[in-house]
Ligand binder design. Structure first.
Ligand code: GLY
Length: 344
């Protein structure tokens, strides 16, 4: 039987991965799907298009994951870029990270008035001996690298949402469900349009991982974090190992959802380690989501956490705590949205 990608996925999903799969990798018998890029949520469709412009021309995964999420940073959404919801004091503060195939990584947190935090994160990686810069220092560094200081005015959408939120000023996490699933059992109050209109606390992240034609993996993520958060709050996205992790021998993973709960299990790194042990990307994501569920006990009802994972062969998978998470996959000029499997 020829070992094509479909067989590879079927075998691994049946648990026949591990030793035999490793053998296939070593003898190059697995057909590797590359280039390929996957990204979180439906915003991932446009982000993938940005990444694909790089990947389809033989560019690097690192360039692709930067360019890809820049597309989302330019869009107006609740949760990414300067157009996003502010913190409870009315300031938009941004977190981002990037990691390449050689364990090089950079991140910024609590960054204000800079349009493309992902590109600042890359400069941190490439131009400094550090991994992470925060707040005023991150902003000063960005300016020193030629980035422009933006106004700090809220977008029209964010201004409206903030004014709505101020009426109650509650600080109540609401699970993040962007997709309107016809099969969803969620109450309407949890669904995104209702939440946004109510000015509820909400968040998500554009996260992206890619495998380039050269066989190298990279990943990126960028977010404004939790809308109406406490000033100074930083989530998982700029924390290497939590919101993002890449090990070029194994795979690349990004997280979205409630950052605090991703940080407490070193989420992205944990998913990579499960893949190293032979789990498929989806299985690896599921194991970490289920760990979070165990830790949170009944509070798991109130949060959303999701992972997307891509392994060295271009096989991908995802898993979410709750229904409603989707992710975009682009390869061979096809860019499609997939509903992630979920626990609840
Ligand atoms: N996952 C994004 C955040 O919690 O900030």
């Amino acid at each position: 039987m020829a070992i094509n990608r479909r067989n590879f996925i079927n075998l691994s999903s049946l648990g026949i991965a591990g030793f035999s799969l490793q053998g296939f990798i070593n003898t190059n018998q697995v057909k590797v799907q590359k280039p390929i890029v996957i990204a979180t949520w439906d915003a991932g469709i446009n982000a993938n298009k940005g990444a694909w412009e790089v990947l389809s021309k033989g560019g690097t995964a690192l360039d692709a994951v930067e360019k890809g999420v820049m597309v989302t940073e330019d869009e107006i959404s609740c949760c990414v870029g300067l157009g996003a919801n502010p913190d409870r004091d009315g300031h938009v503060t941004l977190d981002a990270s990037i990691m390449d195939h050689e364990f090089n990584c950079g991140s910024v947190a609590f960054l204000e008035k800079i349009k493309h935090p992902i590109s600042v994160a890359r400069k941190v990686m490439e131009k400094t001996p550090h991994v992470m810069l925060v707040g005023e220092g991150a902003q000063q560094f960005a300016l020193s690298q030629g980035f422009t200081l933006e106004s700090g005015n809220l977008s029209e959408t964010a201004d409206k949402a903030y004014k709505e939120w101020l009426k109650k000023s509650t600080y109540k996490p609401v699970i993040n469900v962007e997709r309107q699933s016809p099969t969803s059992q969620l109450e309407d109050k949890y669904k995104a349009p209702t939440r946004f209109a109510n000015g509820d606390w909400n968040h998500d992240t554009i996260g992206m991982v890619a495998l380039d034609i050269h066989g190298n993996l990279s990943g990126s993520c960028t977010t404004s974090g939790a809308g109406f958060k406490l000033r100074g709050r930083v989530g998982d996205s700029p924390i290497i190992g939590a919101g993002l992790y890449v090990d070029n021998e194994v795979g690349a993973v990004v997280a979205t959802g409630q950052g605090e709960d991703v940080i407490r299990v070193a989420g992205a790194s944990a998913v990579v380690e499960h893949m190293r042990q032979g789990k498929t990307p989806q299985e690896a994501c599921r194991l970490v989501v289920e760990k979070i569920k165990r830790i949170k006990k009944e509070k798991a009802n109130d949060i959303q956490v999701c992972f997307i994972a891509l392994n060295k062969n271009g096989a991908y998978g995802s898993y979410a705590l709750h229904d409603g998470f989707n992710f975009a996959v682009q390869s061979n000029d096809e860019n499609k949205l997939i509903n992630a499997p979920y626990n609840y």
